[in-house]
Design a protein around this ligand. Structure first.
Ligand SMILES: O=C(O)CCC(=O)C(=O)O
Length: 277
């Protein structure tokens, strides 16, 4: 079974209506080019930054998810709607919604690990200044395979990817927006690590780079195979990365190097319970 994945490296600006219109146009273009599954980047409707989240936040359903729902339906695709700042009561979350080709919302992931880091002289970022963390793992079934969702910083947590793999996911999608410090250092390495450890496909979707933004995104949307090699990636301009995914590659690699059957579960194991699937 093979299918076409489209990662939309969207140029995100200050105007929410324009961001939605651009995303909608590019989803259509991806579908016209044969995509079955389309994914948008983290924070696709708003500039990325703690001061922007309260200003751009909206409830679900709301204008952004209405656009996603319509785009999934009109273009007959599974759609991973990057993420948006979601307002729920007095809390704001960094939330990814997923729609099937009927326009039903089949998954909602609130970023579990907030991006709070301090690299002196380089970058300090504290998402927790305005965001709250989600508490649930998020997986969904498609005719292609079971898919697990994480948002950006979530990719740094190996246990989360292991839990997804052990629950049958063969593709992990991380909408993300790494930056000019951690992007070159860790973006590709983390994807290859998650893919190789779990012998599955990993896809990351970044916004395009905007040098004038307060947070400059690294770009480089990428797909890594279960063997751990980068099978496709972009630079940092707005673009659509189209990749044909051959799901059989997962079982091939797992049969060739059967680490999942060779684990010393008599000596160790991942402890986390599988909540909120
Ligand atoms: O982990 C990183 O270096 C970047 C994470 C990030 O930008 C985010 O979580 O939004």
């Amino acid at each position: 079974m093979s299918f076409r994945l489209a990662l939309i490296q969207l140029a995100v600006g200050a105007s929410k209506p324009e961001n939605l219109a651009r995303a909608s146009r590019l989803i259509k273009e991806a579908a016209t080019k044969g995509a079955n599954l389309v994914a948008l980047p983290e924070c696709f409707n708003s500039p990325y930054g703690t001061s922007y989240f309260p200003e751009y936040a909206e409830s679900i359903p709301g204008p952004s998810t209405e656009m996603l729902l319509a785009a999934a339906k009109e273009n007959n695709v599974f759609l991973v709607g990057g993420s948006i700042p979601e307002r729920d009561g007095d809390k704001i979350y960094n939330t990814c919604t997923v729609f099937n080709p009927n326009g039903d919302m089949i998954a909602k992931h609130r970023k579990m690990h907030l991006f709070d880091i301090d690299v002196p002289g380089k970058i300090r970022f504290q998402e927790s200044e305005t965001l709250s963390p989600g508490n649930n793992f998020t997986m969904f079934e498609t005719p292609m395979c079971k898919i697990g969702i994480g948002i950006c910083y979530d990719i740094r947590f190996a246990e989360m990817a292991q839990i997804y793999a052990r629950n049958g996911c063969k593709l992990l999608i991380y909408p993300g927006a790494f930056n000019m410090t951690t992007g070159p250092a860790h973006w590709e390495l983390l994807q290859r690590a998650r893919a190789l450890d779990n012998q599955l496909f990993v896809a990351t979707v970044s916004p395009a780079r905007d040098e004038s933004a307060s947070y400059v995104a690294w770009g480089h949307s990428t797909v890594v195979s279960p063997w751990g090699d980068v099978i496709a990636s972009k630079e940092h301009e707005e673009s659509i990365l189209l990749v044909d995914i051959d799901m059989e590659r997962v079982d091939q690699v797992r049969n060739q190097i059967p680490v999942s059957k060779q684990r010393r579960t008599d000596l160790y194991g991942v402890q986390e319970l599988n909540k909120g699937t």
